[in-house]
Design a protein. Structure first.
Lengths: 206, 206
DNA sequence: GTCTAACTGGCACGTTGTGCCAAAAAGTCT
DNA sequence: AGACTTTTTGGCACAACGTGCCAGTTAGAC
């Protein structure tokens, strides 16, 4: 197993999250457009130059918040019992990763809803899911025998990632709370389930 | 039907494509990073200021080339016979839209492969598909009765769009030609077919 | 031809993001 | 502890980005 990250690395990750927090508050308040990178840096107690050592673009600053759920999802999927079919494992880990047990997770989820309203942050949202899709692809490949068709693995990763993305986008525009009916957990599980099970809509004739 | 676009609009669209062409050549040659917006403007015979009236970002300049196929796909789907199931209509229109009959289409397809190698253009690629997904969603909604679950429509649009994207990405990294075995037409049809038909991989147990 | 509306180019300007270098901090040895 | 190496940090300069503004030009309608 990989050893515990060194102190320096943990400090760096902590700083990264502090910046993300500050950026999210500013973006939510004034919008990403009207927020300068320097303001984010000041609010984080670092210099502008240092900010760009943590994030390559201004908008990227909130990526850690938007990506947290997806990373947890892939990790849970990779650790899930191997006697489960892929679809079952995906559905269960999705539901679990979308259940904010930790307070930090719930916070990230609420920020997601807030940040998704800003069209300027759409590209970060897309990029986060592209990364998530790639990680999921690797995780699915690990679960399958070596000879498995690479194209099918890619398709599976893309479809599952799209399901989660659609679920979160739907939750964001709806007024539903973070738990209970209409919650990300419910929507996410339903989306993964329906998409992997085959949509009834496919057979629809006008 | 909507009337024929006015001369001014057609001229504008033509200029837009000329800029896209020039940008694609420069991006392919030196990479998007090393190409300045001013160089694209000069190569297109327009001023820098005018360039930014056609495209909001430097990288956006190649969007028309990357989006051409997707636009054709949605149009073909919307016009396809309404007695076909959704999946059939999607698969057929995908295959047709990915068959470069026009020389302009074939060119756009070859540019796509070239431009996908540049990581700097990944965000444009994502944005183009996000737009395509939204248009496809509207087209699918038109084909379904008013009461149809909006979430399921979103899922269908997202899955189908992802299928095409994966097919093109796979084609880009493979050395396959634009027609024949391994072509976008074949890969696209296969991806849509498998994804809408249900992946065998979903039931895989390690 | 005249008038209106749209397109174009140049300029100024704040912001973005990076290369470079010296100072400070953290980690690693004896 | 102290001396050493490695990493992080901040300030500065700078090219490039993207936009507001205004004046000159062009296209289309009457």
């Amino acid at each position: 197993m990989t050893g515990r990250p060194t102190l320096t690395q943990r400090r760096r990750e902590s700083t990264r999250l502090e910046i993300a927090q500050a950026a999210a508050e500013l973006f939510a308040a004034r919008g990403a457009e009207a927020t300068t990178a320097e303001e984010i840096a000041n609010a984080s107690g670092i210099s502008l130059r240092t900010f760009y050592r943590y994030f390559s673009e201004k908008e990227d600053a909130v990526a850690p918040l938007l990506a947290a759920g997806g990373e947890r999802w892939v990790r849970l999927f990779a650790e899930s019992a191997s006697d489960l079919p892929v679809r079952e494992a995906l559905e269960r880990s999705a539901a679990e990763s979308l259940s904010p047990l930790d307070e930090r997770d719930g916070e990230a989820m609420r920020w997601t809803r807030e940040l998704l309203r800003d069209p300027r942050l759409a590209s970060v949202w897309q990029r986060v899911h592209a990364d998530s899709e790639e990680r999921l692809r690797a995780a699915i490949a690990d679960r399958c025998p070596p000879g498995t068709d690479a194209l099918e693995i890619r398709l599976a990763a893309a479809a599952a990632t799209a399901a989660i993305r659609v679920a979160l986008e739907q939750w964001a525009v709806s007024g539903a709370p973070a738990t209970g009916p209409g919650s990300p957990r419910e929507l996410g599980a339903r989306c993964v389930h329906e998409l992997t099970g085959g949509l009834g809509l496919w057979d629809h004739v006008d």
